[in-house]
Design a protein around this ligand. Structure first.
Ligand SMILES: Cc1cc2nc3c(=O)[nH]c(=O)nc-3n(C[C@H](O)[C@H](O)[C@H](O)COP(=O)(O)O)c2cc1C
Length: 277
């Protein structure tokens, strides 16, 4: 899966990554309240122009706001459900009880998931291991896996107070998988090699989500599939120049924005954080 990446994962990048092996993609986070206010920038994030499989990521802590948004929502081809953001580390978002602050509000998260299900849509969670080391040591994140009936859990193996260059703690996955009662757990954080995917697969994760490594190389999904023994056609795995050309041709079709184009062209092929190709 391609991770939600604010400022990068518009429809063009999502389609490029889907063509290169990502089964599912996510829109960047947006506050439900901004949709309700009719904020143009937020609404653009969920205006979808093709049928690439996508979940819409939502930041919310209020049942009535979610209900009001869903009442006016129209699904579209490729729409695969909603993803609740329990992971945003911004202090401003946490102070408002949203993003990573939601990790310790499993009962509320459960109510939000029920509202989404009540409208007939799938619901997934994207969570961290708590807002800080103390919450992680108390394993508060397991409450959401045990007590919330989502269709999929994405676990970013880090707390909200950890820097993005810090290592992810994959040792949490076996316990997460047990807590999830058979519902798939998708691993996220620093995944950039077949070796890591193998390690996580052997622990029992249902899939992996890739962020920064896909900005550096949008064909990473096919690269890893190939190394893991999937039958990937050789022409699917392309170099930077071909991927830039393909991005441009998708952008022309989908009328992608110049801002995202600039961000993508500035990062493809470059070392991102601790990850590079
Ligand atoms: C530039 C950038 C923007 C991000 N935007 C979002 C976002 O909108 N929603 C979200 O849940 N996570 C967001 N994240 C976190 C990623 O989805 C992912 O969890 C994180 O980068 C770890 O995965 P990686 O190591 O494969 O990059 C963002 C990360 C980066 C680097």
């Amino acid at each position: 899966m391609l991770a939600p990446l604010e400022g990068y994962s518009d429809g063009v990048l999502r389609t490029l990554c889907h063509r290169h092996g990502a089964d599912l993609t996510f829109t960047e986070m947006a506050h439900v309240e901004s949709f309700l206010r009719g904020n143009r920038q937020a609404l653009e994030k969920i205006t979808i122009h093709d049928s690439t499989p996508v979940q819409i990521q939502l930041l919310t802590g209020k049942e009535e706001h979610l209900e009001a948004f869903l009442a006016g929502f129209e699904p579209f081809p490729g729409f695969e459900g909603f993803n609740l953001n329990l992971s945003c580390p911004s202090p401003e978002v946490i102070r408002r009880g949203k993003g990573a602050a939601m990790i310790k509000r499993a009962t509320k998260t459960g109510r939000l998931v029920s509202i989404i299900h009540g409208h007939g849509y799938r619901a997934s969670l994207k969570m961290r291991l708590g807002t800080n080391a103390y919450e992680k040591s108390q394993k508060v994140y397991l409450n959401s896996l045990r007590g919330v009936d989502a269709d999929l859990y994405v676990v970013h193996a880090k707390t909200a107070s950890q820097e993005s260059a810090e290592g992810d703690d994959y040792s949490v996955f076996p316990e997460c998988i047990e807590a999830a009662r058979g519902i798939p757990v998708i691993a996220n954080g620093g995944i950039d090699s077949a070796e890591k995917v193998r390690l996580l697969r052997d622990m029992g994760v249902g899939g992996v989500m890739i962020g920064r490594a896909a900005l550096s190389n949008p064909a990473i999904f096919d690269v890893l599939r190939n190394e893991l023994g999937f039958n990937v056609p050789a022409k699917a795995i392309q170099g930077v120049d071909e991927l830039k050309e393909e991005y441009d041709s998708i952008r022309a079709q989908l009328v992608g924005s110049e801002r995202y184009w600039g961000a993508f062209m500035g990062i493809i092929g470059k070392r991102t954080g601790t990850i590079y190709y």
